[in-house]
Design a protein around this ligand. Structure first.
Ligand code: FEO
Length: 392
């Protein structure tokens, strides 16, 4: 069945029902690799799909027209979930002209060895298809330096690749079919895990797209937006500015229960002060899901026991991931237990969170097992963090 976004613009992507790990990001609901066919007097394919899904894409193209009728392939982004089928496509249809941004030219050569002739396009360049005009706008770092969007002026359709995506495999293709409540959590998780480090670049991209009339947004993953465009664009603005809600998150792991008791006591303090709080134990919780919560929480406290005079491995892995995602401006504190090497764990955790742009209020450590006094100190810490959240 053909999926038409607007007259002459078709989704010809592939659905990956079974992917559960997308370069370390958990995709409980699978994903899709969205490619689009823009048919005018000439025809352009905007992006391809991950290599194993090449035939699925070709089948969808054949439902619209014979692939031999395609004149151009636009590479909006080089990452292999979108460019992976390009060598196969070019081999099958050697006459197509491949267009990409200046950075994508360099990166495609580094991926596929320079065998594919490329035409470079820059922000503001247009490609006349006849009946339809494609305009290109570079949006570096949303998601890679090469990223760009393709805009179909006559149809007011924006094809922004990774921006506004979500990892969802579904037979529904449009937001009005699946519903905002089902899509929003996946769009949030996607932004948190993939786009969060690039807030300033997202704001620049949104600025570059201001004034452009948009009636449909076809991202490269998941559901196509045509009803909830104001909501998803406003969400991107909020996330890119680092706006958060007055709520807290406690993330920890534990060896013999001491750090867990501390986490629960800190939670009591926060809740007594009226701050909504969620508690996640690493090792039994999904890291990508926790990061989704980090995106919108004003505060995250991180706790670790001490192992071999250092941070517990699951907590070290989490703090390394968070350091890369840079959720700036969050209020945080570190806590945990130790046996005989006081200080190293808390200092290492605090250093990672500071490197991520977070403000570390306090480091609270307890030797071996927290007694009543120590748990009171934890509750007090929760209260102090809550007060800071409420004043912020
Ligand atoms: Fe969906 Fe950055 O690739």
């Amino acid at each position: 069945m053909k999926v038409e976004l607007k007259k002459g613009i078709y989704w010809v992507g592939a659905i990956d029902w079974n992917i559960r790990d997308f370069h370390g990001y958990s995709t409980h609901k699978g994903s899709s690799y969205n490619a689009y066919l823009v048919v005018g007097e000439k025809t352009a394919l905007v992006d391809t799909v991950k290599a194993p899904f090449f035939e699925e894409m070709m089948g969808r193209i054949r439902e619209v027209l014979p692939p031999e009728k395609i004149d151009y392939v636009i590479v909006n982004h080089v990452e292999m979930d979108h460019s992976g089928s390009l060598p196969l496509f070019k081999e099958a249809l050697p006459k197509v002209e491949v267009m990409c941004s200046p950075r994508a030219e360099e990166e495609l050569k580094l991926h596929y060895g320079g065998k594919i002739p490329l035409k470079v396009v820059k922000t503001g360049d247009i490609l006349e298809l006849g009946e339809k005009t494609l305009t290109f706008v570079e949006i570096p770092m949303v998601h890679w330096p090469d990223s760009m969007v393709t805009y179909v002026k006559e149809a007011k359709v924006l094809l922004p690749n990774d921006a506004f995506g979500q990892h969802i495999a579904s037979t529904e293709r449009f937001d009005d079919e699946l519903g905002w409540d089902a899509i929003r959590p996946e769009a949030t998780k996607y932004y948190a895990n993939i786009v969060m480090p690039y807030g300033p670049q997202v704001l620049k991209a949104l600025e570059a797209l201001q004034g452009i009339e948009i009636e449909v947004i076809g991202p490269s993953h998941g559901i196509i937006w045509r009803k909830h465009i104001p909501e998803i664009v406003a969400s991107y603005e909020r996330w890119a500015k680092g706006e958060t809600e007055k709520k807290a998150l406690i993330v920890y792991d534990t060896m013999w229960g001491s750090t867990e008791r501390m986490a629960k006591a800190i939670c009591r303090g926060l809740v007594e002060e009226g701050v909504p709080t969620k508690v996640y134990r690493l090792g039994v919780s999904d890291t990508s899901d926790i990061v989704k919560e980090v995106l919108e929480a004003r505060s995250m406290l991180l706790g670790s026991p001490t192992l071999n005079n250092g941070v517990f491995p699951s907590v070290a892995e989490f703090s390394c991931y968070i350091k890369g995602l840079r959720p700036k401006g969050r209020i945080t504190a570190v806590f945990g237990s130790y046996g005989w090497g006081k200080g190293a764990t808390a200092k290492a955790l605090a250093a990672d969170l500071q490197a991520a742009g977070m403000e570390v209020m306090e480091e609270l450590q307890v030797q071996f097992v927290p007694d009543g006094d120590a748990l009171n100190q934890c509750e007090e810490l929760g209260r102090r963090v809550a007060q800071k959240i409420k004043k912020s």
